[in-house]
Design a protein. Structure first.
Length: 319
Protein backbone atom coordinates (compact mmCIF):
# COMPACT_ATOMS: atom_id res chain seq x y z
CA UNK A 1 0.00 0.00 0.00
CA UNK A 2 1.29 3.45 -0.93
CA UNK A 3 1.73 6.15 1.67
CA UNK A 4 -0.33 8.73 -0.30
CA UNK A 5 -3.11 8.54 -2.87
CA UNK A 6 -3.59 11.67 -4.98
CA UNK A 7 -7.06 11.97 -6.49
CA UNK A 8 -7.38 13.87 -9.78
CA UNK A 9 -10.85 14.26 -11.37
CA UNK A 10 -10.53 14.73 -15.13
CA UNK A 11 -13.07 16.02 -17.63
CA UNK A 12 -11.93 17.48 -20.98
CA UNK A 13 -8.67 18.72 -19.51
CA UNK A 14 -6.34 18.06 -22.43
CA UNK A 15 -4.83 21.56 -22.54
CA UNK A 16 -3.06 21.48 -19.17
CA UNK A 17 -3.22 17.81 -18.21
CA UNK A 18 0.37 16.96 -19.19
CA UNK A 19 1.77 19.74 -17.05
CA UNK A 20 -0.40 18.83 -14.10
CA UNK A 21 0.53 15.14 -14.14
CA UNK A 22 4.22 15.90 -14.58
CA UNK A 23 4.15 18.12 -11.48
CA UNK A 24 2.97 15.04 -9.53
CA UNK A 25 5.39 12.53 -11.06
CA UNK A 26 8.33 14.89 -10.45
CA UNK A 27 7.71 15.12 -6.70
CA UNK A 28 10.69 14.75 -4.37
CA UNK A 29 8.52 12.31 -2.38
CA UNK A 30 8.01 9.11 -4.37
CA UNK A 31 5.71 6.80 -2.37
CA UNK A 32 2.34 7.65 -3.88
CA UNK A 33 -0.26 6.58 -6.40
CA UNK A 34 -1.97 9.06 -8.71
CA UNK A 35 -5.63 8.11 -9.19
CA UNK A 36 -6.92 9.82 -12.34
CA UNK A 37 -10.71 9.58 -12.63
CA UNK A 38 -11.81 10.18 -16.20
CA UNK A 39 -15.37 11.53 -15.95
CA UNK A 40 -16.25 10.44 -19.52
CA UNK A 41 -14.14 13.08 -21.27
CA UNK A 42 -14.87 13.75 -24.94
CA UNK A 43 -11.46 15.20 -25.84
CA UNK A 44 -8.02 13.53 -25.77
CA UNK A 45 -7.80 13.45 -21.97
CA UNK A 46 -8.13 9.66 -21.73
CA UNK A 47 -5.33 9.17 -24.29
CA UNK A 48 -3.07 11.44 -22.25
CA UNK A 49 -3.91 9.56 -19.04
CA UNK A 50 -3.23 6.18 -20.62
CA UNK A 51 0.11 7.44 -21.92
CA UNK A 52 1.26 8.17 -18.38
CA UNK A 53 -0.24 4.93 -17.08
CA UNK A 54 2.01 3.02 -19.50
CA UNK A 55 5.06 5.06 -18.50
CA UNK A 56 4.66 4.99 -14.70
CA UNK A 57 3.11 2.21 -12.58
CA UNK A 58 2.07 4.76 -9.94
CA UNK A 59 -0.55 6.20 -12.32
CA UNK A 60 -3.97 4.56 -12.12
CA UNK A 61 -6.66 5.47 -14.67
CA UNK A 62 -10.34 4.95 -13.91
CA UNK A 63 -13.23 5.83 -16.22
CA UNK A 64 -16.78 6.38 -15.05
CA UNK A 65 -20.08 7.78 -16.29
CA UNK A 66 -20.10 11.58 -16.21
CA UNK A 67 -21.46 12.82 -12.88
CA UNK A 68 -19.38 15.88 -11.98
CA UNK A 69 -16.22 16.48 -9.92
CA UNK A 70 -17.70 15.58 -6.53
CA UNK A 71 -18.68 12.07 -7.57
CA UNK A 72 -15.38 11.65 -9.44
CA UNK A 73 -13.47 12.49 -6.25
CA UNK A 74 -15.57 10.02 -4.24
CA UNK A 75 -14.95 7.32 -6.85
CA UNK A 76 -11.21 7.95 -6.73
CA UNK A 77 -11.12 7.77 -2.93
CA UNK A 78 -13.14 4.54 -2.93
CA UNK A 79 -10.79 2.91 -5.44
CA UNK A 80 -7.53 3.97 -3.81
CA UNK A 81 -5.37 2.38 -1.11
CA UNK A 82 -3.17 4.60 1.02
CA UNK A 83 -2.51 5.95 4.47
CA UNK A 84 -3.11 9.56 3.41
CA UNK A 85 -5.13 11.37 0.73
CA UNK A 86 -4.32 14.45 -1.36
CA UNK A 87 -6.08 16.09 -4.29
CA UNK A 88 -5.18 17.99 -7.45
CA UNK A 89 -7.27 19.57 -10.21
CA UNK A 90 -6.56 18.66 -13.83
CA UNK A 91 -5.21 22.11 -14.72
CA UNK A 92 -3.24 22.88 -11.53
CA UNK A 93 0.30 22.11 -10.35
CA UNK A 94 2.11 20.98 -7.22
CA UNK A 95 5.34 22.57 -6.05
CA UNK A 96 8.06 19.91 -6.32
CA UNK A 97 8.13 19.40 -2.52
CA UNK A 98 4.35 19.49 -1.96
CA UNK A 99 4.00 15.85 -0.91
CA UNK A 100 7.26 15.70 1.03
CA UNK A 101 6.35 18.76 3.08
CA UNK A 102 2.75 17.77 3.70
CA UNK A 103 3.43 14.18 4.77
CA UNK A 104 6.28 15.34 7.04
CA UNK A 105 4.00 17.69 8.99
CA UNK A 106 0.96 15.41 9.21
CA UNK A 107 3.13 12.62 10.62
CA UNK A 108 5.40 14.68 12.88
CA UNK A 109 2.48 16.44 14.59
CA UNK A 110 0.07 13.47 14.42
CA UNK A 111 -2.60 15.43 12.56
CA UNK A 112 -5.91 14.43 11.00
CA UNK A 113 -5.61 17.22 8.44
CA UNK A 114 -2.80 19.52 7.32
CA UNK A 115 -3.55 22.56 5.14
CA UNK A 116 -1.17 24.61 3.02
CA UNK A 117 -1.49 27.95 1.29
CA UNK A 118 -1.59 28.25 -2.50
CA UNK A 119 -0.91 30.68 -5.33
CA UNK A 120 -2.79 31.66 -8.45
CA UNK A 121 -0.99 30.66 -11.65
CA UNK A 122 -1.85 33.02 -14.50
CA UNK A 123 -1.69 32.30 -18.21
CA UNK A 124 1.44 34.45 -18.62
CA UNK A 125 3.26 32.25 -16.09
CA UNK A 126 3.20 34.72 -13.20
CA UNK A 127 1.97 33.72 -9.74
CA UNK A 128 0.20 35.49 -6.89
CA UNK A 129 -0.34 34.18 -3.36
CA UNK A 130 -3.98 33.44 -2.56
CA UNK A 131 -4.90 35.18 0.72
CA UNK A 132 -6.55 32.22 2.47
CA UNK A 133 -5.07 32.83 5.91
CA UNK A 134 -1.89 33.74 7.77
CA UNK A 135 -0.83 33.11 11.36
CA UNK A 136 2.58 34.75 10.85
CA UNK A 137 4.29 31.39 11.32
CA UNK A 138 5.66 28.89 8.84
CA UNK A 139 3.63 26.15 10.58
CA UNK A 140 1.10 26.16 13.39
CA UNK A 141 -0.99 23.46 15.06
CA UNK A 142 -4.34 25.14 15.59
CA UNK A 143 -6.23 25.57 18.83
CA UNK A 144 -10.04 25.78 18.83
CA UNK A 145 -10.13 29.56 18.38
CA UNK A 146 -7.67 29.49 15.49
CA UNK A 147 -9.58 26.61 13.90
CA UNK A 148 -12.69 28.79 13.77
CA UNK A 149 -10.89 31.32 11.56
CA UNK A 150 -10.08 28.51 9.11
CA UNK A 151 -13.60 27.12 9.37
CA UNK A 152 -15.23 30.28 8.08
CA UNK A 153 -12.81 30.59 5.15
CA UNK A 154 -13.27 28.84 1.81
CA UNK A 155 -10.28 26.53 1.50
CA UNK A 156 -10.47 23.98 -1.38
CA UNK A 157 -9.72 20.28 -1.03
CA UNK A 158 -6.48 20.58 -2.99
CA UNK A 159 -4.82 22.52 -0.16
CA UNK A 160 -5.07 19.51 2.16
CA UNK A 161 -3.54 16.22 3.09
CA UNK A 162 -5.74 14.08 5.34
CA UNK A 163 -5.62 10.81 7.15
CA UNK A 164 -7.67 8.05 5.55
CA UNK A 165 -8.52 6.71 9.03
CA UNK A 166 -10.01 10.10 9.88
CA UNK A 167 -12.01 10.24 6.64
CA UNK A 168 -13.35 6.71 7.08
CA UNK A 169 -14.20 7.24 10.76
CA UNK A 170 -16.78 9.90 9.84
CA UNK A 171 -17.61 8.70 6.29
CA UNK A 172 -16.80 12.07 4.70
CA UNK A 173 -17.66 12.44 1.02
CA UNK A 174 -18.17 15.10 -1.63
CA UNK A 175 -21.73 16.13 -2.62
CA UNK A 176 -23.08 15.31 -6.07
CA UNK A 177 -23.22 17.66 -9.06
CA UNK A 178 -26.39 19.40 -7.80
CA UNK A 179 -24.05 21.27 -5.49
CA UNK A 180 -21.35 22.81 -7.68
CA UNK A 181 -19.70 24.09 -4.50
CA UNK A 182 -18.48 20.55 -3.86
CA UNK A 183 -15.36 21.62 -1.97
CA UNK A 184 -17.10 23.76 0.68
CA UNK A 185 -19.19 21.11 2.49
CA UNK A 186 -16.23 18.70 2.42
CA UNK A 187 -13.94 21.37 3.88
CA UNK A 188 -16.35 22.20 6.69
CA UNK A 189 -17.03 18.57 7.56
CA UNK A 190 -13.31 17.84 7.85
CA UNK A 191 -12.71 20.82 10.09
CA UNK A 192 -15.77 20.39 12.27
CA UNK A 193 -14.73 17.03 13.73
CA UNK A 194 -10.96 17.27 13.88
CA UNK A 195 -9.04 18.26 16.98
CA UNK A 196 -5.70 17.72 15.27
CA UNK A 197 -5.16 20.18 12.42
CA UNK A 198 -2.15 22.16 11.26
CA UNK A 199 -1.57 24.99 8.79
CA UNK A 200 1.48 25.68 6.62
CA UNK A 201 1.98 29.25 5.47
CA UNK A 202 3.68 28.26 2.22
CA UNK A 203 2.44 28.31 -1.36
CA UNK A 204 2.91 24.66 -2.28
CA UNK A 205 0.00 24.49 -4.73
CA UNK A 206 -0.54 26.47 -7.92
CA UNK A 207 -4.15 27.04 -8.94
CA UNK A 208 -4.31 27.93 -12.62
CA UNK A 209 -6.52 30.85 -13.68
CA UNK A 210 -7.82 30.60 -17.24
CA UNK A 211 -10.95 31.22 -19.26
CA UNK A 212 -12.05 27.57 -19.56
CA UNK A 213 -12.03 26.58 -15.88
CA UNK A 214 -15.28 25.40 -14.32
CA UNK A 215 -15.37 28.13 -11.68
CA UNK A 216 -15.57 30.83 -14.36
CA UNK A 217 -18.91 29.37 -15.46
CA UNK A 218 -20.44 29.33 -12.00
CA UNK A 219 -23.20 31.63 -10.87
CA UNK A 220 -21.51 32.71 -7.63
CA UNK A 221 -24.80 33.48 -5.91
CA UNK A 222 -26.07 29.99 -6.78
CA UNK A 223 -22.70 28.55 -5.71
CA UNK A 224 -23.04 30.07 -2.23
CA UNK A 225 -26.74 29.27 -1.90
CA UNK A 226 -26.45 25.62 -2.97
CA UNK A 227 -23.49 25.26 -0.62
CA UNK A 228 -25.55 26.67 2.24
CA UNK A 229 -28.58 24.54 1.37
CA UNK A 230 -26.42 21.42 1.29
CA UNK A 231 -24.83 22.38 4.61
CA UNK A 232 -28.20 22.69 6.30
CA UNK A 233 -29.06 19.14 5.21
CA UNK A 234 -25.69 17.92 6.50
CA UNK A 235 -26.00 19.86 9.78
CA UNK A 236 -29.47 18.44 10.45
CA UNK A 237 -28.28 14.92 9.75
CA UNK A 238 -25.42 15.31 12.24
CA UNK A 239 -27.46 17.35 14.72
CA UNK A 240 -25.05 20.31 14.70
CA UNK A 241 -27.33 23.17 13.64
CA UNK A 242 -26.52 24.92 16.91
CA UNK A 243 -22.77 24.72 16.33
CA UNK A 244 -21.14 28.13 16.69
CA UNK A 245 -18.90 27.42 13.71
CA UNK A 246 -21.87 26.54 11.52
CA UNK A 247 -23.61 29.81 12.43
CA UNK A 248 -20.44 31.76 11.74
CA UNK A 249 -20.30 30.26 8.27
CA UNK A 250 -23.85 31.40 7.51
CA UNK A 251 -22.94 34.92 8.57
CA UNK A 252 -19.84 34.86 6.36
CA UNK A 253 -21.91 33.84 3.33
CA UNK A 254 -24.32 36.71 3.92
CA UNK A 255 -21.55 39.23 4.39
CA UNK A 256 -19.94 38.07 1.15
CA UNK A 257 -23.18 38.50 -0.78
CA UNK A 258 -23.68 41.94 0.79
CA UNK A 259 -20.31 43.16 -0.46
CA UNK A 260 -20.70 41.77 -3.99
CA UNK A 261 -24.33 41.97 -5.06
CA UNK A 262 -26.54 45.02 -5.39
CA UNK A 263 -29.85 43.13 -5.36
CA UNK A 264 -28.91 40.93 -2.39
CA UNK A 265 -31.11 38.12 -3.63
CA UNK A 266 -28.75 35.65 -1.95
CA UNK A 267 -29.43 37.37 1.38
CA UNK A 268 -33.14 36.68 1.16
CA UNK A 269 -32.62 33.06 0.12
CA UNK A 270 -30.23 32.24 2.96
CA UNK A 271 -32.27 34.19 5.51
CA UNK A 272 -35.29 32.09 4.51
CA UNK A 273 -33.19 28.96 5.09
CA UNK A 274 -32.27 30.27 8.54
CA UNK A 275 -35.93 30.95 9.37
CA UNK A 276 -36.91 27.52 8.10
CA UNK A 277 -34.31 25.62 10.11
CA UNK A 278 -34.20 27.56 13.39
CA UNK A 279 -36.74 28.67 15.95
CA UNK A 280 -37.76 32.35 15.73
CA UNK A 281 -35.66 33.26 18.75
CA UNK A 282 -32.49 31.60 17.45
CA UNK A 283 -32.96 32.96 13.93
CA UNK A 284 -33.46 36.43 15.41
CA UNK A 285 -30.14 36.21 17.28
CA UNK A 286 -28.27 35.05 14.16
CA UNK A 287 -29.65 37.93 12.08
CA UNK A 288 -29.00 40.39 14.91
CA UNK A 289 -25.35 39.36 15.03
CA UNK A 290 -25.19 39.63 11.25
CA UNK A 291 -26.56 43.19 11.36
CA UNK A 292 -23.84 44.21 13.81
CA UNK A 293 -21.21 42.88 11.44
CA UNK A 294 -22.94 44.63 8.55
CA UNK A 295 -22.50 48.00 10.22
CA UNK A 296 -18.74 47.43 10.30
CA UNK A 297 -18.73 46.35 6.67
CA UNK A 298 -20.82 49.39 5.71
CA UNK A 299 -18.25 51.75 7.20
CA UNK A 300 -15.51 50.15 5.13
CA UNK A 301 -17.65 50.23 1.97
CA UNK A 302 -18.52 53.88 2.60
CA UNK A 303 -14.85 54.79 2.45
CA UNK A 304 -14.59 52.93 -0.88
CA UNK A 305 -17.80 54.54 -2.24
CA UNK A 306 -19.19 51.04 -2.80
CA UNK A 307 -22.67 50.86 -4.50
CA UNK A 308 -24.08 48.60 -1.77
CA UNK A 309 -23.62 51.06 1.11
CA UNK A 310 -26.71 51.14 3.29
CA UNK A 311 -28.66 48.53 1.37
CA UNK A 312 -28.94 46.19 4.38
CA UNK A 313 -31.70 48.30 5.90
CA UNK A 314 -34.19 46.80 3.47
CA UNK A 315 -33.40 43.28 4.64
CA UNK A 316 -33.71 43.51 8.40
CA UNK A 317 -35.28 40.54 10.20
CA UNK A 318 -38.98 40.56 10.99
CA UNK A 319 -40.38 37.65 13.03
Amino acid sequence: MNKIAIIMPVYNGEEYLDESIQSVLNQTYKDFQLICVNDSSTDSSLEILNKYKEQDSRVVVLTKENAGPGEALNYGIKNSQSEYLCFIDQDDKYASDYLETMVYHIEKYKLDVCITNASFLYEDGTTEKIPYYSFNKDFIKLNSKQKRSIYISRVPQWTKILSRKYLEKYSFSFPNRENKAHDIPFHLELLYFTKQIGVLDRSLYFHRVHSKQISNNLNTELYNYKSCENLFEWAKRLNILDSICFKYYLIRLLNESFKKYINNDLDNKIINLIKKNYTKSVAFLIIKKLKRKRKKVNKKLLKLNHPNVGIWGAYSYCA
